[in-house]
Design a protein around this ligand. Structure first.
Ligand code: ZN
Length: 393
């Protein structure tokens, strides 16, 4: 066969043994070894054809390892879950390297404009007026980082985005404000907002967001988010996540009163927020007697006033309730396993969120494609195939 490095003719030397790790356990292979006298390189074409990782994992084993690596910590996946689910015993660093390699491949493919899954419009659910609604959410979450050789490093903020199709609320005043989804696409990574917007628009186009009669953005209205939505999803009605707005009410209640009284106050404020809206609650906050507040309560009061002044127009919860619009996004932060350590400078592992985890229609592209290791050498017909030797493990 020809040498993948210099294209000169390479010589078959013999079979060399190797133990690989597959989903059915360790397998001992004898694969042909070639040597190129011209550039002094030796190679094993079957390692490339089998898409083995440098850790000798088959594509199937890589996929399962990565799925467990991203949904748990690498340590938990290595020490318990992989063995329980697939009978694999891998080290934590193997899980980490495998997960990050898959994340890197995925990140590259996303950057090249791939969107995954068929281009097929979702059947968008309708609100109480019968209008179809497409939802979009963005959030940030902190992840722990690790420097070279396990050195301590500052954590970083990861952007998480979601385009989704929650089911309509059944009753108008249903307490289950967060409805299950009939489809969701997620993205996550150490993106700038600009890059995240580009990626999210691609995913949105893939699921036919344009066809929905209205767009709804559900966020915590954090810094830069309003502008992000204006630029990327300009038709979206922007709504502040009810859960986030009510957290402000809870925090202020704790500063303003103590014990049971604070609890009652928070409950009353949240009821007002839900049934009368952010503007009504802002009026109540403005009436609070600052003379009765401690300095820290005053500080908290200022913070809440600023937040509600800026965003009360996006807290018209009575209207959203009446229209059957969902006001609480799915917990995006939960999608990023907080104890998965990311290596400094690489956003590999955090690119790996199941982007259609709920709908389940898109196979998660964790497996290496045949061209994602070194270029596949051309095997002539009749060249030495790989011999599988059962090793009894
Ligand atoms: Zn060569």
């Amino acid at each position: 066969m020809s040498c993948p490095q210099c294209q000169e003719s390479a010589r078959f030397v013999g079979y060399r043994p190797k133990t690989i790790i597959s989903l059915v356990g360790a397998l001992k292979l004898a694969r042909p070894y070639y040597h190129c006298a011209h550039c002094q390189t030796g190679f094993w074409p079957w390692d490339v054809i089998l898409r083995l990782s440098p850790e000798r994992l088959t594509p199937g084993a890589q996929e399962v390892t990565t799925l467990l690596g991203i949904t748990n910590s690498f340590g938990k996946a290595a020490n318990c879950l992989l063995h329980k689910t697939a009978g694999l015993r891998l080290s934590e660093s193997t899980v980490e390297r495998t997960t990050e390699a898959a994340g890197e491949r995925l990140g590259k493919r996303l950057q090249q404009g791939e969107v995954f899954g068929p281009k097929k419009p979702w059947e968008w659910n309708v609100d109480a007026e019968g209008k179809t609604c497409a939802y979009v959410s963005v959030d940030w979450t902190g992840i722990m980082m690790q420097g070279p050789d396990g050195a301590k490093a500052e954590g970083r903020m990861v952007a998480v985005g979601m385009v989704y199709n929650p089911q309509p609320r059944v009753e108008k005043d249903n307490d289950a404000v967060c409805m299950p989804c009939d489809g969701a696409r997620y993205l996550s990574g150490l993106y700038t907002l600009e890059e995240l917007g580009l990626q999210m628009r691609r995913q949105a186009a893939q699921v036919g967001m344009d066809a929905a009669q209205q767009w709804i953005s559900l966020t915590d209205a954090g810094s830069g988010i309003e502008h992000f939505m204006d630029v990327n999803f300009p038709l979206a009605t922007q709504i502040v996540d009810f859960r986030h707005a009510s957290e402000y009410a809870h925090d202020l209640a704790k500063l303003y009163a103590a014990g049971k009284e604070a609890e009652t106050l928070a409950a009353v404020w949240c009821h007002t927020l839900k049934h009368e809206g952010g503007a009504a609650l802002l009026a109540i906050f403005k009436e609070l007697d600052r003379a009765k507040m401690t300095p820290s309560a005053c500080e908290g009061h200022d913070k809440v006033l600023t937040y509600f002044e800026n965003h009360h127009k996006r807290m018209d919860y009575p209207t959203y309730l009446r229209k059957g619009v969902t006001a609480v996004p799915h917990r995006l932060k939960r999608l990023v396993p907080r104890d998965s350590r990311a290596i400094l400078g690489a956003d590999a592992a955090v690119s790996l969120l199941p982007f259609d985890a709920i709908g389940g229609s898109v196979p998660f592209p964790l497996m290496p494609r045949s061209n994602e290791r070194s270029a596949s050498p051309s095997l002539r017909p009749g060249s030495n195939a790989c011999r599988l030797v059962p090793c009894g493990l």
